[in-house]
Design a binder for this molecule. Structure first.
Ligand code: ADP
Ligand code: NI
Length: 230
């Protein structure tokens, strides 16, 4: 009993900075060495850019940081398409740290709504904190790093890099998008090249435009080489 009381007091007195540090350590432990581009380094980049964008947008950086850190711990792509795993894991972790219910609910709402769900499925975020984390996550799917992550993910799922007989699809529903197993070059048309126009904040839009131009050039060269033109 005595021990329980002192543990609880330690939790209650944990400040925001300590909660962030503990959460970062926890996520690092879970995702370190992951090989599909959803590793700790991805989370660290999203964390940093979410803080940068969130500072511009003057939003609650505690919420932003917790959501950025916890957004990929239980991704549906690695849990048989089950979208409820990630938010549940985040909730359990934050409850264990004694974080208040409203904060937990907000963080879990952001994690639930973050993911791209196919060309035909809107993914609106209700709060300013949510749009910041969504932009930060999506920026990391673009540019040189985005290209590397796409092929790492495709390889991990045993996908072809390209197959000119398989046309890209603009998925009308999330269910269709979840089931897609096309070659990785198709993913550029099905998601990556669409992200620029889905950015929420001016800061992210500016960065996305540059990364988008680089990816367009990359795909152009890829297809030229494929056809022996370059
Ligand atoms: P989201 O939250 O939108 O699902 P993530 O941060 O989880 O985004 O990361 C998605 C990453 O996984 C992207 O970099 C993307 O390139 C890669 N990815 C997802 N689906 C595919 C796919 N079908 N083919 C290739 N890469 C994919
Ligand atoms: Ni992510």
């Amino acid at each position: 009993m005595q021990e329980w009381v002192s543990n609880r007091n330690a939790i209650i007195s944990m400040n925001r900075e300590q909660i962030i540090t503990r959460t970062a350590d926890h996520v690092k432990g879970l995702l370190d060495g992951e090989g599909t581009g959803h590793d700790w380094w991805h989370v660290q980049r999203v964390w940093k850019s979410a803080v940068a964008i969130g500072t511009e947008e003057k939003v609650d950086l505690f919420i932003v940081q917790l959501a950025a850190l916890l957004h990929d711990i239980g991704d549906w792509k690695f849990h048989d398409g089950d979208e409820s795993v990630g938010p549940k894991m985040a909730k359990k972790w934050l409850e264990g740290l004694g974080v208040n219910g409203a904060t937990i609910a907000h963080v879990c709402e952001i994690i639930s709504g973050l993911s791209f769900k196919g060309a035909g499925t809107p993914t609106p975020m209700r709060t300013r904190e949510g749009i910041v984390v969504q932009d930060a996550d999506r920026l990391d799917a673009l540019g040189a790093i985005g290209i590397a992550r796409a092929f790492a993910y495709g390889g991990s799922k045993g996908r072809e890099i390209h197959n000119p007989t398989v046309a890209p699809v603009q998925h009308a529903s999330f269910e269709e998008y979840k089931k897609s197993a096309g070659p990785t070059i198709n993913h550029f048309y099905e998601k990556l090249l669409l992200l620029k126009d889905l950015m929420n904040t001016p800061t992210a839009r500016r960065i996305a435009e540059e990364r988008h131009a680089f990816m367009e050039e990359y795909v152009r060269r890829f297809l030229d080489e494929w056809e022996g033109k370059a």
